[in-house]
Design a binder for this molecule. Structure first.
Ligand SMILES: Cc1cc2nc3c(=O)[nH]c(=O)nc-3n(C[C@H](O)[C@H](O)[C@H](O)COP(=O)(O)OP(=O)(O)OC[C@H]3O[C@@H](n4cnc5c(N)ncnc54)[C@H](O)[C@@H]3O)c2cc1C
Length: 310
């Protein structure tokens, strides 16, 4: 049993978007160390109702930008079928403004633009977000805006997928930035039968990379068919295994190479080929099934052809 946590932070704001999706604003007692957009902190709570279960901590991506100050924002999903017997989301869902909790005030993580590709890379940055996977991308874009409100965001393309329209958190903020700063933002819902009023894209977010849909996406972004390769774009994915694995498998034919040592080894990517696809995974399932040799061989062949290695 994890020992009780000493609380050092206060919930100062909460907005429930649906019964299972909420934005939490948390202020640490100690100043938060500076962070880079895309990083995460650890949140924790003690189980007061069942003290025998002890405490639980979980990593959470920061939604707010470093320029926003000491209150950190989080976009959290209540997990209906958790894996543990003391799930954090079930405890934090009971929290109300003014309640205390634990937050490690040091942000960590390598899922950042400077760490992945360095600042100033002119390629299109394609952000693929499944559900709460929007969190790090909102931080990256807000930070750009806060540093320069007139910044040209046309080198960013945000693809957000969710089950229902109400689950598309931050949609209004992103749509406003399309108009004011040239951001590309496309949202897709996977259960359109429950939302007949929805006129936007349909399907899971990784479906933007199905062969026909990829060409359509390229056209929306001003590329000709097949032009959006790893020479002209970089992919960042955040969410659960399904989205990450499918996006990797569907984009390897364009030369997008994942930043993962095992995947590179399995696909025999030469050392001098830089990574052009980065991901932050919220669950623990291997992104590509290690026993699926057929998939691995197909990906290997597509990657070699895309990179001109055959
Ligand atoms: C670096 C990092 C950053 C993260 N940032 C966020 C974030 O910003 N927002 C957020 O909601 N979660 C985030 N997570 C997931 C979070 O850490 C927990 O795993 C999640 O909140 C469930 O914890 P739990 O204790 O309630 O459930 P557990 O008992 O730990 O159950 C874990 C299971 O919940 C499912 N799950 C985990 N996260 C999600 C999710 N976001 N949506 C749907 N199902 C999920 C997975 O199947 C996972 O195996 C992040 C994870 C990592 C590794």
């Amino acid at each position: 049993m994890a020992k009780p946590l000493e609380y050092n932070a206060t919930l100062v704001g909460r907005e429930d978007l649906t019964s299972a999706l909420a934005i939490f604003k948390i202020k640490s007692d100690d100043p938060v160390s500076s962070f880079i957009p895309g990083q995460y902190v650890t949140l924790g709570m003690n189980n007061e109702e069942k003290p025998e279960l002890g405490s639980v901590r979980r990593p959470m991506s920061i939604v707010s930008a470093p320029e926003e100050g000491d209150v950190l924002e989080f976009y959290i999903r209540y997990v209906n079928w958790p894996e543990s017997d003391n799930p954090l989301t079930h405890l934090i869902w009971k929290a109300k403004e003014g309640d205390r909790m634990f937050m490690r005030a040091k942000a960590v993580g390598r899922f950042t633009i400077p760490e992945a590709i360095g600042d100033g890379d002119p390629r299109l940055k394609i952000f693929v977000a499944a559900g709460t996977g929007m969190a790090p991308f909102v931080s990256m874009i807000r930070s750009e805006m806060l540093r320069n409100p007139d910044v040209d965001l046309s080198s960013y393309c945000v693809l957000h997928g969710a089950s229902y329209p109400a689950d598309l958190g931050y949609r209004e903020e992103m749509e406003a930035l399309c108009k004011s700063n040239g951001l590309h933002y496309f949202a897709s819902i996977s259960r359109p039968q429950s939302a007949p009023e929805w006129e936007g894209d349909k399907g899971r977010v990784e479906d933007y990379f199905l062969p026909d849909r990829f060409i359509e996406l390229e056209s929306r972004l001003g590329f000709g068919p097949g032009e959006l390769t790893s020479e002209r774009g970089v992919i960042f994915i955040c969410g659960l295994q399904g989205t990450i694995g499918e996006t990797i498998a569907r984009t390897v034919s364009r030369g997008f190479v994942g930043d993962n040592r095992k995947l590179r080894r399995d696909l025999e990517v030469p050392d001098d080929v830089p990574a052009s696809l980065f991901y932050e995974q919220y669950d623990n399932t291997p992104v590509i099934d290690p026993d699926d040799t057929e998939l691995r061989d197909r990906m290997k062949a597509e990657m070699r052809q895309a990179l001109g290695l055959t």
